[in-house]
Design a protein around this ligand. Sequence first.
Ligand code: GTP
Ligand code: MG
Length: 414
Amino acid sequence: MIDVATIKIRAGDGGDGRVSFRHERFVPKGGPDGGDGGNGGSVYLVSDNNMATLMDFRSRPNYKAESGVPGGHKKMTGSGGSDLFIKVPVGTLVYEVAEEGGNEGKNWNAGKSGEKLVGDLKENDQKLLLAKGGVGGKGNYHFKSSVNRTPYEYTPGTKGEAKTLKFEIKMVADVGFVGMPNAGKSTLINQLTNAHAKVANYPFTTLNPNLGTCKLKNGREIVIADIPGLIEGASEGKGLGFEFLRHVERTRLLVHLIDPYNEEIFAWMSSKRTSSGTDAKLNKNTEYEEVCQYVFELYKKVRTELEKRGGNLPEKSEIVVINKLDLTEVKEAFPHILKFFKKEKIEVLGISAYTGEGTEKLKDKIMEKLETIPTMPVFEVEPIVKTYTIENLPNKRMVRRIVPKKLLLHKKKW
Ligand SMILES: Nc1nc2c(ncn2[C@@H]2O[C@H](COP(=O)(O)OP(=O)(O)OP(=O)(O)O)[C@@H](O)[C@H]2O)c(=O)[nH]1
Ligand SMILES: [Mg+2]
């Protein structure tokens, strides 16, 4: 599901400034005329709809933009290097990777992974400047003064920026399943998609998220994520905690699955019914009140954990689904649960993940909801801010001097 590639990019260096003197007929000492170097080309990323994978980067991992040409005679500035545009698929996340050693300027390297998200190219034709070209050096004519009429000084061009980048295309799930352990989330993902998630009659069967794809009636293929179960107090680390909720943070829609089957309650109900004989029907409503309260409690417990997790989770669209409708007790209780939730202004669907009953309706509901929710997830991108040190200051002007042979001989005599 995740496509990853790492590449190295280098912007072009700036051309050096030139040391030269005007030599023309009848102009014997024409003065300095060394031109400036051209600027180096920069490296940009451009998102392109026509690309689908990062395969190409595996075979070609190094990219360099053109360097600037050194300055010429007659104060001519060298030509600048062309910029390099690297095409990446739409939806690529761009990370800057810290180089091993030599990262004095990159204080974010202190972070665990040494990667910083610097771009999220979610639309076609988005441009992202990633490595700036070096600046051309100054030619010797800039150093002319009343006391230095034959300057041999010039400045070299600065180096182009070099970076290691990691690209990642994340096929983000459209729908995330949440619920208590044993609610039937994995059974449902197996029913709806091509996934083969482990299903078992004990809590926390699912330890890692499962992903599966499912085709909807409108022809769209969607990705569904099934995550581990949440219990009361997950936010305090109970059960498997709630870190895994980050896998559904980027989904567009939650399906909240509830298993209403509680052995104790249903046993209590049947014992009451047999003892009350003819009054069975009369008592049914009050009996079911107990089940409804129980189901609503389950619902609220998971909601509380989602609220505690915060971020965009509490506001995310949700479809509430009552599972295990194939069990007679659940089937009978369902209309009551429906009514109870309606009072709370919550719409619920009933399904059996096991037999597939009601799952087509659920798919339609998913389709209907997804049509109103935008497709692209939001990632937090850190701005590309470079921390400078003395070594990598871009405007540092190091003046160099060419010592002509003439002067060297002269020196020797001294
Ligand atoms: N009768 C019936 N049993 C179901 C249904 N869906 C799931 N089950 C059973 O419920 C138990 C738990 O199902 P899972 O799909 O593993 O539940 P889960 O929500 O993924 O559980 P965790 O991964 O532990 O969070 C299994 O024994 C399933 O066979 C259903 O629709 N009807
Ligand atoms: Mg599971």
